[in-house]
Write a protein that binds this ligand. Structure first.
Ligand code: KG4
Ligand code: ZN
Length: 338
């Protein structure tokens, strides 16, 4: 009879998070989001590490308290080793090492990109786990990847962005339109009220299963500048249509590559993760694809799609079962690969 408690710690970007998992089920998942970046219109790395430094002890303390256990009951400490912002990763890494050392329990290093995918294996009522092999598409403000997943730790990146992430495409487009940061949720909201075919934007020509989003941002910028010369109120008068057209273009890019990926691999199970998976248009397109293309889609509970420590703790649990521990001299790695 196993009775395993794992503490997970996530600090790769701008969210400080800690979670306790008991045999694969989340007992607590505390996230302290950093509001400070909003006024800069993007994450400022130096400010992020300082905020992690401030938040990490209270966030971990709260996660253990909410879980209803004492730190003496923990079996291991799992932490995000990378990829991410170095200064941010160092805070979580150093803290996790010290805690594991102090409690004299194993330390487990976790790859953040694997964690986004393995979040699907958190025990959660009403959510089905994808069967191996499946394709995982991780879409967020920092990542855009399609990964072939043959087993928990047998993953191959088969496509990724060569420039901006898809969330950045939303956020940077929103910035051009004068929307707040992050703009993704507002573009989503306005898209529901606009015509997606009002303004056709070009889709990038990128080979294989890779993505490119920086050209879209430039195309939108030039388009707006041109239209505003004729009508200075162009954006204000057409905001919903512009948002709907941008979202439609982005969804088209993602779905095209997913179609290609299912065709090339013959795998029809698709698991989605990352903050952009909250997008209602993407969710609808994925669902529609079940009928149209015969695939099955899996989207985890929302709190496990954005950056959170629950996904770090579940990887910690899976590695714990395999006895796959880290040494105390393990180092954070900003560019860690899957
Ligand atoms: O996973 P996440 O919370 O943080 C990381 O980037 O790792 O993702 C945040 C990104 C932002 O770019 C935000 O604009 C985007 O997810 N986002 C959305 C929506 N909700 C969040 N993009 C489009 N539609 C949404 N509903
Ligand atoms: Zn992430």
């Amino acid at each position: 009879e196993q009775n395993i408690f794992i503490l997970g710690i996530e600090s790769s970007c701008d969210d400080t998070s800690a979670s306790v998992i008991h045999n694969g089920r989340v007992l607590s998942n505390v996230v302290a989001s950093q509001k400070i970046h909003e006024e800069y219109g993007g994450v400022v790395p130096e400010l992020a590490s300082r905020a992690h430094q401030q938040n990490i002890v209270p966030v971990v303390h709260q996660a253990i308290k909410k879980a209803g256990i004492t730190k003496g009951q923990l079996n291991a400490v799992a932490f995000t080793r990378g990829p991410g912002l170095m200064g941010s990763l160092l805070v979580g890494t150093s803290f996790a090492k010290s805690l594991a050392y102090g409690l004299n329990i194993p330390l487990i290093d976790v790859n953040h990109m694997q964690a986004h995918i393995l979040a699907h294996f958190i025990e959660e009522d009403g959510f089905e786990k994808p069967p191996f092999p499946f394709l995982a598409m991780t879409i967020s403000g920092g990542h855009t990847q399609i990964v072939r997943v043959d087993d928990y730790f047998e993953m191959t990146v088969i496509g990724e962005t060569i420039d901006d992430a898809v969330g950045e495409a939303f956020d940077k487009s929103g910035k051009i339109l004068g929307l707040g940061y992050p703009a993704g949720p507002e573009i989503d909201k306005r898209s529901k009220l606009g015509n997606p075919k009002a303004f056709p934007f070009p889709k990038p020509k990128v080979g294989e299963l890779n993505f490119s989003f920086s050209g879209l941002k430039t195309a939108i910028l030039y388009f707006i500048q041109k239209e505003e010369k004729a009508n200075p109120n162009f954006v204000a008068e057409n905001l919903n249509d512009i948002c709907a057209s941008i979202q439609y273009t982005i969804i088209g890019i993602l779905i095209d590559k997913l179609k290609k990926a299912t065709k090339e691999t013959g795998i029809k199970h698709i698991a989605i993760g990352g903050g952009v998976s909250a997008n209602s248009g993407i969710r609808k397109a994925l669902k529609d694809g079940e009928q149209k293309f015969g695939w099955t889609t899996y989207i985890p509970k929302f709190e496990y799609t954005t950056d959170n420590a629950g996904m770090i703790a579940i990887v910690g649990y899976l590695k714990y079962l395999e006895g796959d521990f880290a040494e105390q001299d393990v180092m954070a790695s900003a560019r860690l690969k899957i």
